[in-house]
Design a protein around this ligand. Structure first.
Ligand code: PEP
Length: 248
């Protein structure tokens, strides 16, 4: 399975620095071989200009969220058809920051993923436990319930990627041990196989949470880790490229 390395810029980047970052990434891509698929998810304001830079390159464009509806009276939101129209091939749904900031439930996340599928986008569906839940031994139960609630019937290996992101590891510099990551990824793999017998084994499972050049190779070497969702380190094109280069 080809690994996928996805950059989540979150609410960072104005026109010039976003474009400079992408130009730098593209210069690395042009000058070197890479063994992964690469997606960049800038803020919505930069999608159109970055789409222009990525045209003809192997780097794909992604949104950071979409509304479940295709259009309508939803001030400030962006729909999946709009993302597809601007050139996106992917969209992140259910990131823990949106689950927290916008009170997104599993059902909401599932309808966003279904909307992404209906527009031909690959949904990167995020799941992950809080620190309290991990300390309470609830990690697998929490992640299992999020998967059941957030994955629509339309899932297949091409249109869906699952990202396991322990909330306490996001932006903190802390990561689970390699064994802990492996345990959760194997568990997600089993759940995907059970729920989608035809395709579950081929759905990529990304790890996210403080991935950086210094830990990427160890994380990406884990059997069912099929790539990474990278936040902070994706804001530096050299660091993000180093993570891409860490794929086995
Ligand atoms: C994220 O928010 O998706 C993420 C993984 O962030 P960071 O890499 O900064 O922990």
């Amino acid at each position: 399975m080809t690994p996928l390395i996805a950059a989540n810029w979150k609410m960072n980047g104005l026109g010039r620095d976003g474009k400079d970052r992408v130009r730098k990434l593209l210069s690395h891509v042009a000058a070197n071989k890479h063994k992964c698929d690469i997606v960049v998810c800038p803020p919505a304001t930069l999608l159109a200009s970055i789409a222009g830079l990525l045209t003809g390159s192997p780097v794909a464009l992604g949104g950071q969220d979409c509304h479940a509806a295709g259009s309508g009276a939803h001030t400030g939101d962006v729909s999946a058809p709009m993302l597809a129209d601007v050139g996106c091939r992917h969209v992140i749904v259910g990131h823990s920051e949106r689950r927290a900031d916008h009170r997104e439930t599993d059902a909401v996340v599932g309808s966003k993923a279904a909307a992404a599928h209906a527009s031909g986008l690959t949904a990167i569906v995020c799941v992950g436990e809080s620190e309290n839940q991990r300390d309470g031994g609830e990690t697998l139960a929490v992640v299992g319930a999020q998967l059941v609630g957030s994955l629509p019937h339309s899932v297949n290996a091409e249109n869906t990627v699952v990202a396991y992101e322990p909330i306490w590891a996001i932006g903190t510099g802390r990561t689970p041990t390699l064994d802990e990551v492996s345990q959760v990824h194997e568990f997600i793999g089993e759940k995907l196989r059970d729920a989608f017998p035809d395709d579950g084994d081929r759905v990529r499972i990304l790890y996210g949470g403080s991935v950086k050049p210094s830990n990427a190779a160890d994380l990406l070497a884990i059997q069912r880790v099929n790539g990474a969702l990278v936040g902070g380190a994706s804001l530096n094109a050299d660091d993000f490229w180093a993570i891409c280069q860490s794929c086995p």
